[in-house]
Design a protein around this ligand. Sequence first.
Ligand SMILES: C[S@@+](CC[C@H](N)C(=O)[O-])C[C@H]1O[C@@H](n2cnc3c(N)ncnc32)[C@H](O)[C@@H]1O
Length: 221
Amino acid sequence: MSFSNEWEERYRENTHLSVWPWSDLVSFVMRHARPDRKNFRVLELGCGAGANIPFFEWLGVDYHAIEGSRSIVERLKTTHPELEERIVAGDFTRGIPFPGRFDLVVDRAALTHNDTASIEMALEVVRNKLSSGGKYVGIDWFSTDYCEFEKGTTGGDENTRTGYREGSFSGVGKVHFSDREHLLHLFRNFEIMALEHKIIRREIPQDGWHFASWNLVARKI
Ligand SMILES: C[S@@+](CC[C@H](N)C(=O)[O-])C[C@H]1O[C@@H](n2cnc3c(N)ncnc32)[C@H](O)[C@@H]1O
């Protein structure tokens, strides 16, 4: 099993409850994968507390999601009864329990909470569930330039860290960090249409904190 059970604990104690759509996800979908027809099928990997659901409902797409934490899935079924059949608890590295293919797969900081071998498996699962020419939009793949990369303990391979005791990665299990070459290798069976490196450097207070992550769009070939 790849899913870090720590997520279940974080949701049970009501932490990590992001509830506003992530702006990079909104702009990447609108720029690179704007739904262009009725019945456009979208699959979200690791939807968490459902931050991106209002955006996809507004777009009127046929939204589905798979999320590893059972308790957050139960909560989402209460807040979004219209999606009762379309949000499931499961490990996306093992397979997607929905029939048919998807026009778009979105992932905001979900695959990047798994180790390299599991990410390779998940990308193969995603490729098989995308329709011909379908797109994957990945937002916030943590970068090796993120200051947190140096802080964790090794999580089984050179790109994966764990054991954070403070900060946003505290108590969430595995965190995977990528550089450009690593991402190109992971997505070697896709066509990468867009790849952006986002770097935020804190100036005040000047404590050396800097964030870095990758956003990308990959098409099934
Ligand atoms: C950083 S949170 C992001 C949540 C949501 N995508 C957002 O942007 O608000 C990562 C989510 O991915 C889920 N996740 C990580 N690995 C998973 C796996 N292998 N299978 C299913 N869900 C997974 C976690 O449970 C968690 O909800």
